[in-house]
Design a protein around this ligand. Structure first.
Ligand SMILES: C[S@@+](CC[C@H](N)C(=O)[O-])C[C@H]1O[C@@H](n2cnc3c(N)ncnc32)[C@H](O)[C@@H]1O
Length: 208
């Protein structure tokens, strides 16, 4: 970009471009938030504490098909891939084409697959990869701000695709998702991580 073009660039775009250059994935995430705050729902990615806490009950020996909703810039993707079996697969689904392009360009792992789509279509998406069920589904979706009916549709689709004994791992900034999970999962364990911006409510929904 030339100096003249830069001078004509609106101030918010300039700030966002600088943030992206300065902070890498965090800057990219902030740009996504500025473009679509309702769908992104958080201004910065999850903390390392949150990642460790949310993933703590996963039985990695028995986690072959792992699905993530709303990966954003991949804050959880790398830690999941670090723990995942060599013959496992991580299918990350996001509605934001900028995030999907970013993940495809930055995560090079044969077990990783970034899909542009909605979590509500998880059944069709995993079927397209040759699977009927998932062992674990992880979600960073902003359930409480999604369009009407979407949260319930995603809960129902998730309870259908999980295998018995599998779990839905959910982190959010309100209790909304955890309350909704109780209608779809026979057992929901509760957690809370204060060292996150903002502090994070965690729910683990188990499919018996
Ligand atoms: C709070 S951000 C995720 C943050 C990220 N996982 C982290 O830990 O930093 C929410 C993400 O959900 C995505 N999203 C919103 N609605 C969705 C849907 N119906 N299906 C899949 N992804 C969705 C947004 O594009 C955004 O990337």
């Amino acid at each position: 970009m030339s100096t003249t073009e830069f001078a004509r660039e609106p101030l918010p775009a300039r700030i966002l471009r600088k943030a992206r250059a300065l902070f890498g994935p965090t800057g990219m995430f902030m740009k996504g938030f500025a473009k679509n705050p309702v769908m992104v729902g958080a201004i910065v990615p999850s903390s390392q504490r949150t990642i460790a806490r949310v993933l703590s009950p996963v039985d990695w020996d028995n986690a072959r098909v792992f699905v993530e909703y709303g990966p954003g810039v991949g804050t959880f993707c790398r830690p999941v891939l670090d723990r995942l079996r060599r013959d496992g697969i991580l299918i990350a689904i996001d509605t934001n084409p900028d995030f999907i392009a970013y993940l495809q360009a930055t995560i090079h792992d044969a077990r990783f697959c970034a899909v542009l789509g909605s979590a509500a279509d998880v059944g069709e998406i995993i079927a397209a990869h040759g699977f009927v069920q998932a062992d674990y589904v992880l979600s960073g979706l902003p359930f409480s701000t999604l369009p009407p009916g979407t949260a319930a549709a995603i809960m129902a689709a998730t309870s259908r695709v999980l295998r018995p004994g599998g779990a839905f791992l959910v982190y959010q900034y309100t209790r909304f998702a955890r309350r909704l999970m109780q209608q779809y999962f026979p057992r929901v364990d509760n957690g809370f991580e204060p060292r996150n911006v903002p502090p994070c409510v965690i729910g683990w929904g188990w499919k018996d």
